[in-house]
Design a protein around this ligand. Sequence first.
Ligand SMILES: Nc1nc2c(ncn2[C@@H]2O[C@H](COP(=O)(O)OP(=O)(O)OP(=O)(O)O)[C@@H](O)[C@H]2O)c(=O)[nH]1
Length: 571
Amino acid sequence: MASSKPSDPAGHPKTPVTIITGFLGAGKTTLLNYILKEKGSRSIAVIENEFGEVNIDRELVADNLLAKEDLVSLENGCVCCSLRKDIVKAFAEIERRSRQQKKRVDAIVLETTGLADPAPVAFTFFANPWLASRYRLDSIICVVDARYLMQHLEDGKHSDGTVNEAVQQIAFADLILLNKVDLVKDEEAQQQVLSSIKRINNSARIVECQLNQETGRPPMETLLFNNLFSVNRVLEQIDPQFLDSDSDEDEEEDEPQSPRSAGGASAAPTQPGSLDSGQAAGSSDAAAEAAAAATSSGMPSEPPAGGADAGPAAAERTSGETGPSAVAIPAKLKRKYHMHGHGLSLSGHKHGRDEHDCEDNCEECHIVDGMPIKGERNPKRRAKRLHDLSDVSSVGIMARGPLDEYRFNMYMRDLLSEKAKDIFRCKGVLSVHGYGNTKFVFQGVHETICYGPAEQPWKPSESRVNQVVFIGRALDRKALIEGFRTCVWVPLPDGWDEFRDPRTKQPFYVNRETGEKSWTRPEIACARVVATQGATQQPSQLLPRRQASAPAPAVSVVAARTAAASQPVQG
Ligand SMILES: Nc1nc2c(ncn2[C@@H]2O[C@H](COP(=O)(O)OP(=O)(O)OP(=O)(O)O)[C@@H](O)[C@H]2O)c(=O)[nH]1
């Protein structure tokens, strides 16, 4: 177990897991930061999943963590599809770290990307014996953006049967935080949002809130350790096939491999996503280490009922050999699951060769205690649901050097005036010229955009790299990068000073010697003159040497393109 004894007020022996879901920009990280700030003496580990090429959330969450080891990042993909296999590895990594540091973990919060379908994520806690033996799904919290919900529901309508992420997120929620109520003043619009939510999910608790305001947040005790997740509710009201396997990915390789089964090979995450190895204390084989640590460390660990305490791989072995596994599910569910899985009667069904009763345990059906055993699964699968993100991509940009405030504002203004509908989300961490050590955070959800200082300034040892990510539909990668490149501040040519129009804040430039005033930044004006006047003017006369020879601002683009951007993926 991750902890010596989780301090779960409900008295559960398993560590509770809270999944935070909700569309891009709804307020998930704001909620997570609130939880981390208000957690009191509880020790909370975080698994944070980021769709974008550049991980901004890690930066935004890190300040509220007691230790950087409390955060495991799953980057550049969705835990519901491309990174699904990494969920178990992330939990194993948390266990490895908590053992190493001899500290308990009371609860784990998993923040999914705004494009994730929570169903396959939740399913993993039932399908994977190792996870199921040590963790319980406490609740799925869906943060809803009151301002953009209607647009997201409408945008997500697919005639081809693919998943609408916004609908799935609400449908699977046990608690819905209807956030940003401050942005919807119109009562009719508020009612429309509320009734749309209720039409999708009328059993979840809905709490209207304003997560970015101290006075608008729900009480902490309603968020964690609330034991709201109910498999029965999911089966009865949302997805009768919830517990059926849904993809080939649930096969053997779903598990982190044991050193034995993998021949010592690394279970390192595969592209496009990656477990945040930067903070993984050098471990790329989290599962193997967890297995080793479990047997060698002096850390007390919970003995799960199924004897699956020696890491995920061991759980795989024991559940297959000795059963029953540690998975405890209600009798009603077992029956339901079993009926599902077989599509036959609860007992006395045919296996092709003989007929027998196997309600709870059946070697032939690979059912132990009513649950499928890893790799020896119930053969019936639910129809695959396409989690189609083929037209959604992310563009990550990293640039060294402070930004020119005005140019960056203009760049964003022009971009959003054209593409706000398609840019679902943009965010970044910025260094801005003229603001000393202040680190700026920039957050955009469609056309709503805001900048503000981060909780912590740039540290002296920190490399000041601007990091920005855009997530949306039909993004023009080249234009985004080129545009951003022009925002990096470069020194003025000698003899020029910058001023600001007091009303519009637009900068203008004055030549000290000649008194010439220009609204265009001199070095660009000079370059244009050169271009248009050709050989009649020498560039070196117009462009001061310092400027002419100044190195181009280093703008680098994160190489990997989000996998989901190029092809539909299963989830
Ligand atoms: N007006 C308003 N803004 C809010 C509220 N809650 C959060 N925000 C802002 O919404 C923006 C997005 O918030 P995040 O918490 O980063 O959203 P997210 O769901 O984590 O975003 P992704 O992880 O990118 O999907 C930030 O600028 C927040 O400050 C609120 O109640 N009202």
